[in-house]
Design a binder for this molecule. Structure first.
Ligand SMILES: C=C(O[C@@H]1C=C(C(=O)O)C=C[C@H]1O)C(=O)O
Length: 95
């Protein structure tokens, strides 16, 4: 059975269903870009971590991580801090 546009979107009119379907396409495209940027961030972070480890230093630099956390929390509030923590975990693993 094929779901109707209204069933798929939760809208109660075809006009609203059209708005939602179009906006969801934009969100999917934005999410693809965000994922690509996260993968790029992971690659750049790995370059830094490798350089520091190869030089005899540690993978993690907590003072820099505080700067990253503050950057996100100033822009996005408390959920920004949680987002930054997730990004840091993706980039340097769990600590
Ligand atoms: C990338 C770095 O190394 C680690 C990873 C960080 C990051 O992904 O932002 C931040 C601090 C470090 O724990 C860095 O020191 O800048």
């Amino acid at each position: 059975m094929t779901a109707t546009a209204a069933e798929k979107t939760g809208a109660h009119t075809t006009e609203a269903a059209d708005v939602i379907t179009g906006a969801r396409e934009r969100i999917d495209a934005l999410d693809d870009r965000i994922i690509g940027l996260i993968q790029e961030r992971m690659a750049v972070s790995a370059v830094i971590q490798e350089a520091r480890i190869t030089s005899g230093g540690r993978r993690v630099n907590l003072s820099r991580e505080m700067e990253v956390l503050n950057h996100y929390s100033e822009a996005l509030g408390k959920p920004g801090t949680a987002l930054a923590m997730t990004l840091l975990e993706l980039c340097r693993g769990r600590i």
